[in-house]
Ligand binder design. Structure first.
Ligand SMILES: C[S@@+](CC[C@H](N)C(=O)[O-])C[C@H]1O[C@@H](n2cnc3c(N)ncnc32)[C@H](O)[C@@H]1O
Length: 252
């Protein structure tokens, strides 16, 4: 299954992108949400890496994620800190909340996990429908990795129990028309030198053009779009920037 973040994938995510880890995004989202007093939604909330600092800053955030394992980590981290956000297992493709939000935030390029263009457009429209008038959608995209090196990479982590988790990634397909790539992610858990379990995930990502996304947001009905490079609000993204952030509003 694609982008499923199963047991070992979630374990690796939680070891590698632990609570407290920021790519500059946590500080940026905190700053952008500074004056937000209403409810906030974080789709694809994962293990809570971004959610928890937002909650600890006093923001009223809730989240959903497709992966029960990721939600398991998120719930455990919240419980340890006596935080009680509403968390649910839902997908970009079908999520529904009765509440209307003051902001919807999607850090870490998670929107790129929607590989199909029509589905992504429907999801953007669903974000608009879930915002209050004047509410903001803020999300990151990573630019133009479509042509990146296709050499396999191997990384490893020590688990809490002292075992070894390895991840071998290999890009196996780049579709220049669909603007998607597929990578094989092979996760392996080694206990006392023996392979205890393994998991193969297909990571499919869509690589958006900046103008393409701007057109998509405007066509969906968003206004007041600001596109920023490298978490410098209002600074137009330029070649070499690692991340592009979009912020726009539902009309009042
Ligand atoms: C890169 S992680 C981001 C986690 C967290 N937001 C953060 O900033 O660290 C991507 C998350 O997207 C979730 N995901 C993947 N496909 C999804 C889908 N179709 N609907 C909802 N969540 C999905 C994964 O389970 C994973 O937790």
């Amino acid at each position: 299954m694609n982008n499923s973040y199963g047991k070992l994938a979630s374990h690796v995510y939680n070891l590698d992108k632990y609570i407290g880890k920021s790519f500059g995004d946590v500080e940026y989202y905190l700053e952008r949400l500074n004056e937000c007093s209403g409810p906030i939604l974080e789709p694809a909330v994962g293990n809570g890496r971004a959610l928890i600092p937002l909650l600890e800053a006093g923001l009223d955030v809730r989240g959903f994620d497709a992966s029960p394992e990721m939600l398991g980590y998120c719930r455990a981290h919240c419980k340890e800190r006596s935080l009680t956000p509403a968390l649910s297992q839902q997908t970009f493709e079908a999520f529904a909340h009765e509440e209307r939000f003051e902001a919807i935030v999607i850090p870490a390029g998670s929107l790129q996990l929607i590989a199909d263009h029509a589905t992504a457009i429907a999801t953007v429209k669903r974000f608009l429908d879930h915002l209050r008038p004047g509410g903001r959608l803020i999300f990151d995209l990573y630019p133009h990795d479509l042509f990146a090196d296709t050499q396999p990479s191997i990384r490893n982590w020590q688990t809490e129990a002292g075992d070894l988790l390895t991840l071998t990634s290999q890009r196996v397909k780049a579709d220049l028309i669909a603007q998607t790539t597929v990578s094989h992610l092979r996760y392996e858990l080694w206990c006392e030198g023996k392979l205890a379990s393994s998991e193969l995930e297909f990571l499919t990502m869509r690589w958006w053009g900046v103008e393409e996304m701007a057109l998509t947001l405007r066509a969906a009905g968003f206004v007041d779009l600001v596109v920023s490079g490298n978490y410098d609000f209002g600074s137009a993204p330029k070649h070499g920037d690692e991340v592009v952030t979009f912020e726009c509003r539902r009309p009042r």
